[in-house]
Structures are given as C-alpha cells and as structure tokens.
Write a protein that binds this ligand. Structure first.
Ligand SMILES: [Zn+2]
Ligand SMILES: [Zn+2]
Length: 427
C-alpha cells in the first residue's frame, strides 16, 4: 500500500507543490481566511468531492465516500496564519504561516488525492476538513465579530463544535509542525497546557501630560497590575505549570496626555482546570488592585481559551506503528508535550483525536526563522502518513476505526461542553 500511495503522490507532485506554495503565499488571520478557503474548495471541487462550505465563516468539509458509510474519519488542517512580520514568507501586512498551517492543509490535500484514488478499498468515509482560527489572537476583531453575531466563539473548533460540524465524524486526525526539528521525526501522544484569555481595560482620567496631578494614569495602574502578577509567580508550583504573559495592546493615546484608556490582553495557561482557575484569580486580584491603587477603574472580560490536550491512545499507537515503517520518517518519540495550547484540546474531550507533530522545520514557531527544510518532503511524508493511517483504520471492515470509536470515553458531550464555555465567560 505504501508504494501505491507514494506513486500517486509522486504523480501529483506539481499539483501538490503549487497547492502548498499558493497557500504559503496567502497567509490570513483567523476567521478571515477567505482566499485560502475558496482556493482549497476549488481544489476539492476539481476532484469531484461534495463540499460543505462557509462553516464558521471560512471552514469547509470535503467528503470522500467509501464503499459503506457506517463510520467516518476526519483528517483536519488549520487555515489561519499568525502575525510574524519578519518571517521570510510574511505578507506585507505582517501575516505569515509561521507555524506551518499551510503545510497541514497541503498534507491533507495530498492524502485526499491518494485516498480518493483508493476509495474502493475504504469501508467508511473520509472527511477532509479545513478549520478557521486556531491561533487565539486578534481578540478585539473577533469580539467585534461576536458582537455582530457572525460567530459565537472566538476559536474555530469551539465555533464548529457549537455548530455541530463534528457531529457526523467519529474521530479526528491532524499533524502539526514540530519546530526546531530539521529531521522528519514524529512526536506522538504528548499533551498541552490549557488556557483562559483575559481582555482588560484600565480607565483613568485624561489630563495634559504636564499636569498629571489633574489626571488618573491608567498606564500606571496597568504597570502596578503587572508588578503584582510578577510577584505572584513564586506561588505557582511546577505541576500547575501556570504561565501568565500579558501584553499591552494600547498604552495611551498621545504622549502629552495622561493615558486614560489602556488595554491589556493576557493568557493564563495551566496544566489543568484548577491551575488555570488559580492563575485567573491572581490576574483578577492584581488588575483590581492596580486600578484601585491609582483610583482608576478596570473592566475585565474573561474569554474561554483551550482545554489541555489529551490525545487518544489507540489512535496514537496506530499512528506510531505506521510512522515507523514510512520511509523517510526519522525517530518516533512518545509523550513530548507541545509548548503552546490548541483548541484540539477541546475537541479531544468529545471525540477521539490525535495531533502528532512532525519535524522538517527550522526556527522557533511564530519566529522570523521558521520555515520548512524541504517543502516536498513535508507534503509527501505528511500526506503519506495521513493516507496510510486512514487506510489502516478503514480497511478490513473498518475494524480498527470501530475499535477506536467504541473504546473512547468522552469527558464531555456537546451540551456539557457548551455549558463549560459559557461558564468560562463565553457568549
Ligand atoms: Zn501557531
Ligand atoms: Zn499552529
């Protein structure tokens, strides 16, 4: 089977390379990936696949129908880019695919080309899904979209869960980049931190910069709040892995006016819900105290972030055994946690999910240096891994897929999950 898949991918090399370079050259921020979405849709339409589009603004699903339709495996990619102006592939606006999301979409496309050719062998369906807004940024804009009623939640997978877009798939598979890892090693079964986001506004009183005694300085309030957060860091234990990393998104209006409107955003990350709640409590106390010390006001909006990722062990084991045999893959490494957080953590509460990572990238994620070592190797190996895994799951009466589906114990159903989002400060 490996040879057959490889032959199909090699035969389509030019098409796959063009697909990848087009997406890489058109980075777009979350919920605004209109070019990428339309481009991917047209590629799947050319393959004759039925499409559901405009899911959560830009998301789409293309379905490869097998011989039977009793079980469905979803292979997923993320559409959005980040802001990384110095990255060599950055657009003029500063947006760039600086953690490999365009690579993911190309790997899924490559796998789809192979699986569509081999669909007569599949005892189930494959959904190729492109999802918006994994990176949790540009919050002001997304809050505006939420206010307009265009979205209910700020992350793509949260929104798609809310819309029921995952209801007709039984498991979800995605491969993310492993930065700073030039060889094609794969990392299986690791976890990730979860987080909650905070959007904070300090409100002071403006006055001429030369008459600060007539004003209330909101920037000083923010500064005191950050000092308070820093003083609390020694109270976080190793196991809680609490990370608080605020930025000021607005520090004032003009230099000769006392700042009266200062905005701050932060994530509060942690290894479990209790740790995240503890970190949130610290942030809430510190921003209240900072404001109070200056006689300013403060408004805090708590925004549901992502839950810690727990990958499905059956899918991980199968993926690892396939990866060992794929020619060109380096080491298979178990249990290395990822640095950031992902909304796959949320989806993995409801469905069996994996998000192994694969090397072939230099540079740190979201940095100037981040890029693929060799685009074709990334597309080919990722496509091959996904196609092989789907074939393993969906042949022989789909017995392996059924075993994954039937042995999974969800920690939440969709309704409980939506209640959780609302309790976290959702819509
Ligand atoms: Zn990223
Ligand atoms: Zn990413």
């Amino acid at each position: 089977m490996q040879d057959e898949i490889r032959t199909i991918l090699n035969y389509n090399k030019d098409t796959i390379m063009l697909f990848g370079s087009t997406l890489l050259a058109h980075p777009e921020l979350g919920y605004e990936e209109f070019f990428s979405s339309a481009f991917i849709e047209s590629a799947y339409r050319k393959m004759g696949l039925p499409i559901e589009n405009k899911l959560a603004r830009t998301g789409l699903k293309a379905r490869i129908e097998g011989k039977t339709h009793e079980i469905t495996v979803c292979i997923l990619s993320e559409l959005d880019a980040v802001i990384s102006p110095s990255n060599q592939f950055a657009a003029e606006s500063g947006e760039a695919h600086a953690c490999g999301h365009s690579t993911q979409s190309t790997q899924v496309y490559a796998a789809a080309l192979a699986l569509n050719t081999l669909k007569e062998q599949l005892d189930g369906d494959v959904v190729c899904m492109a999802v918006p807004a994994e990176e949790f940024l540009d919050l002001q804009h997304r809050l505006e979209l939420q206010k307009q009623g265009s979205i209910a939640y700020l992350s793509g997978k949260q929104e798609l869960i809310h819309l029921g877009a995952f209801d007709d798939v039984d498991m979800v598979i995605m491969i993310h980049s492993q930065p700073e890892n030039p060889s094609y090693d794969v990392f299986v079964g690791g976890g990730s931190l979860g987080f909650t986001a905070k959007h904070i506004q300090f409100i002071g009183k403006e006055a001429h910069g030369a008459a600060p005694f007539k004003g209330v300085n909101a920037l000083q309030a923010a500064n005191l709040a950050m000092a308070g957060m820093n003083a609390n860091r020694e109270t976080f234990s190793e196991e809680e892995r609490i990370r608080i990393h605020p930025i000021l998104t607005k520090g004032g209006d003009v230099v000769n006016t006392v700042p009266s409107d200062v905005r701050m955003e932060t994530y509060v990350r942690g290894s479990c819900k209790q740790a995240i709640d503890k970190g949130c409590n610290v942030v809430d106390r510190c921003v209240q105290a900072g404001a109070s010390m200056m006689g300013a006001e403060v408004k805090v909006k708590t925004i549901p972030g992502y839950l810690p990722l727990k990958q499905d062990s059956n899918l991980s084991t199968l993926f690892a055994s396939i990866a060992k045999d794929v020619q060109g893959i380096g080491d298979v490494v178990w249990g290395k946690d990822m640095i950031g957080s992902t909304d796959m953590g949320d989806l993995a509460q409801l469905k069996p999910c994996i998000q192994p990572t694969m090397g072939g990238f230099i540079g740190e994620a979201h940095s100037k240096e981040f890029c693929m070592v060799d685009a074709w190797e990334s597309y080919r190996l990722g496509g091959e891994l996904l196609a092989e895994l789907v074939l393993a799951l969906l042949t022989n009466g789909a017995c392996q897929a059924k075993q994954v589906r039937d042995s999974f114990i969800p920690s939440m159903d969709r309704e409980t999950y939506l209640v959780h989002l609302q309790a976290q400060g959702g819509r």
